[in-house]
Design a binder for this molecule. Structure first.
Ligand code: ATP
Length: 227
């Protein structure tokens, strides 16, 4: 479902004389349907960079990245948009939303983009927000003024609204209380049970142990450190 072969990444520092730094080489990884792989490794090892490459935010210097039938490393922007709409979900650590859009619509939006009837999309969004204990009085408000944990729950509800076959999770339990953390772990387990292939970064060790089938240390993909 998610397959990386020999992926390399360089950054060109245009404001520093065009210096080119190699941050990753030979990254190879396969994640099957129903499997959750956790990325580990010291700070700066490249966990976030790898996630951004799988999501198609960063270009690859070498190698291929296949996600649910699309070669992200060669896809044009329209193919990336289509992949993100129907096959690849991403729960980032921070919510980025347009001002004045109510929380319920933020969560329903991915389903509406897929052509689902608005009422069905809103019903599903409401069920997820209720499950994540977001007080109903907040559903009609923009999440821009929400607390960190409230914003994260809106983000999680949005990421789980559509049953994406591939899912990227960046610290999905970071600012949650124990009850909501439990709910998110259950959502992840349910996604695995329905066959989602998941790549995640979890600093929460308990969460990692519970949902990850395998851990990949990205330090092994740092240039010059292979072998
Ligand atoms: N936009 C960028 N321009 C230049 N270098 C970058 C850029 N983004 C990341 N890097 C470099 O790539 C390396 C990997 O960074 P990355 O953020 O992926 O690490 P990480 O493992 O996610 O770290 P952390 O656990 O601290 O979040 C670091 O050396 C970082 O300085």
């Amino acid at each position: 479902m998610i397959r990386l072969r020999g992926v390399a990444k360089t950054f060109t520092l245009h404001n520093q004389g065009g210096a080119v730094i190699e941050v990753m080489a030979g990254a190879t990884l396969a994640v099957a349907a129903g499997e959750c792989v956790g990325l580990v490794g010291a700070s700066g090892a490249g966990k976030s960079t790898l996630m951004r490459m799988i999501y198609g935010n960063y270009l690859t210097a070498a190698g291929t990245i296949e996600v649910a039938g699309t070669d992200v490393s060669r896809a044009d922007p329209r193919e990336i948009v289509a992949l993100r709409r129907d096959r690849l979900g991403y729960v980032s650590q921070f919510l980025r939303v347009l001002p004045r859009v109510p929380a319920l619509d933020v969560v329903a939006e991915p389903l509406i983009a897929l052509g689902r009837p608005e009422e069905e999309a809103r019903t599903r969004a409401a069920a997820l927000l209720a499950r994540l204990r977001l007080p109903e009085r907040l559903w009609s408000l923009s999440p821009t003024t929400f607390s960190g944990g409230e914003q994260q729950r809106v983000n999680i509800a949005r990421g789980f609204a559509h049953p994406f076959p591939a899912l990227l999770l960046d610290e999905p339990t970071a600012s949650l209380d124990a009850l909501n953390r439990e709910t998110v772990l259950t959502l992840i387990e349910e996604a695995k049970d329905r066959g989602a292939a998941i790549v995640g970064i979890f600093h929460d060790e308990g969460a990692r142990e519970r949902v990850c089938d395998r851990l990949i240390d990205v330090t092994g993909f740092t240039p010059g450190r292979e072998g």
